[in-house]
Design a protein around this ligand. Sequence first.
Ligand code: NAG
Ligand code: NAG
Ligand code: NAG
Ligand code: NAG
Length: 615
Amino acid sequence: MKLRFMKLGFLGLLGSLWLCPCLAYKVRQRRELPASQIQTVQELTVALPLLIINMTNCTGLIRDGSLATNVSFHASDYQHDLPFVMDCAAGFYAVLGDFMAAASEGPSPCVPEDLRTYMACIVAASCIVQAAVPAHVSMEVYAMILEQVTRFEEITWPLLRDALLHEEGGNSLAVDALLPEAYICDGSEHDHAFLQFDAKTSRETSLRQLTSMVGTEHAATMSMALDLKAAAAASHQIMNSHAVNASLDETIDKLQQAWHPVCQKLGCDHTNFWDIYLQHHKHALALLETKHAGLLRSDIKLRFHLEQRVQRFMADTQDYSFIEKYARHGQEHHSSHQVFHAYHDSARASMLEFAKSVVGSLSYERAKRLVNLHKLADIEKEAARKERSAERSASSHASGRPSEDEAEEANEKMQLSLLEEVEDEGEGAEAFWDRRRRRRRRRRIFEAVVKVVVQVVETVVEAVTAALACAGQGGNFVSTGYTRSLNGNVAWSIGLAGGSSDIMKDILNGQGPLGWISLGAGFSVGSTTDVWWAGAGFGGSIGCNARYGWRGKSRGSCTMDLTVSTLACGNVPTSSSACPFGRNFAGMTCSSSGGYFVSIMCCSFDLTNGGNTCR
Ligand SMILES: *[C@@H]1O[C@H](CO)[C@@H](O)[C@H](O)[C@H]1NC(C)=O
Ligand SMILES: *[C@@H]1O[C@H](CO)[C@@H](O)[C@H](O)[C@H]1NC(C)=O
Ligand SMILES: *[C@@H]1O[C@H](CO)[C@@H](O)[C@H](O)[C@H]1NC(C)=O
Ligand SMILES: *[C@@H]1O[C@H](CO)[C@@H](O)[C@H](O)[C@H]1NC(C)=O
């Protein structure tokens, strides 16, 4: 927390980067959103999680594209990669642009060409959405977005920026630009309830002020908010002051004491950080009821920052007894898991419903900006195929006269035009009149096949739903095994869960299995060292098997489909049955890491060579 403010303070001094303050849409003046802007803000709400998926994917490809299979993009220098990053954010910027154009007089400070403003503009968009909560966007939907944006801001964006910064020509990214204050809601008035309390403010005064904002029926929730904030602050302070040779047991003791009173009220196991973390979501569920978006925002950040501090502490101390005694992963109460999943499931389900209805209400031209046009074309092809076979069976029942040829031709043309459009956007240098002509032709086709056009809007809904299908699930990351970090960008960890250790040796050597084996596995693309993994990744268990063909048994593979999340966690050396060849083997150390995550997207991953695809 402190670090963050220092960072911002430092940037604030760089006056030249301060953007023109005259353009502001006054998000901070809790003004009612103009009716004409409601739909745009809802569209922006759907664009945000799609953007985070895009940018996470894009970060993985830029940091280490060589392991991504079936992708034609390969990172090189900044001028080459910039259009790729811009494309990942194209839909988001189109929607944000619509909003800004209607909200302010001057030009918008958020333009897709300026990567320095990306993070600030993403946060600004979340603040714009916050202004529509709870009237036009529910607390649950807002929670889903913030869980993603917070992780993106703290983990993924620094990785992407760092990768581009080190590319030739990328040094302009050295500092993130700041936006005018009107676009900022962190540390602004939405947070004021907390910010204006200093050490001198009595608990009663704070509680009275908080309760006056949300109503006396939420007094207990506000009291819990203060308790959690105090215990989290104490935890940071205790971990920050843990000296190199200090007694770990003493530090753990202090941490447990700090949480004892809170846990008595909240119902958590004060001796286990992960139980506290999971039960913290009970408070988040209570905050949803208060309908106060600012308090929800502060709480999500509070929970996330504490989790990150604990992970950092594990990486820094490299002492497994901290995990055994305080971060006892997997030993939480069953009810704590239920609370955690109840919160994320409700946020996720609300987002999906919301996205379906918002996208369904948009015009096709507007809706399709949000999704990858190649994927949309695939879905449309599939939908047209179904349509044709339905028509075919209908017409064979009725007149028997095959009218399908016409429909088929129209369908084909429509797909063609969609693909042309993809190419148009890729080339960029296409002549204006050419595009105009194509567009006109496309419109004629659309007019001709009204039925298909209706279906086309539905296919965008389908594309959005498919993209969001893997986002926002709460899950559990755990990995114990031999950990290897490659070139600082990719790391994996493989541990034995069941089967023969000979087969495991093959897999560690990059060969497919010659028999059955069950493994614990972890993987991360981002910034990885042997003690710290940050980026997009997963942890879990998989079974691998040999291939059986007519020639008998041959080497199989360990490929799996999984949900990938944003991770940042410490790896702590340990001895475990997952590492049957001892603590160190072939330059790898047996280590363990764990935590909870919120998923981003679905990927498949080949354990033997690290090859991966994110769809
Ligand atoms: C890569 O593309 C080929 C052909 O387009 C396909 O057969 C294969 O399944 C794809 N691989 C992955 C991992 O998606
Ligand atoms: C996601 O990326 C695709 C390109 O792959 C782009 O067309 C789309 O607009 C992006 N979505 C958002 C919300 O920016
Ligand atoms: C910690 O202990 C080690 C070994 O006992 C010693 O070499 C080192 O100087 C100590 N470090 C500090 C900061 O006290
Ligand atoms: C990631 O980017 C690649 C290359 O642009 C694209 O083919 C793939 O569909 C993207 N995946 C996701 C989940 O956006």
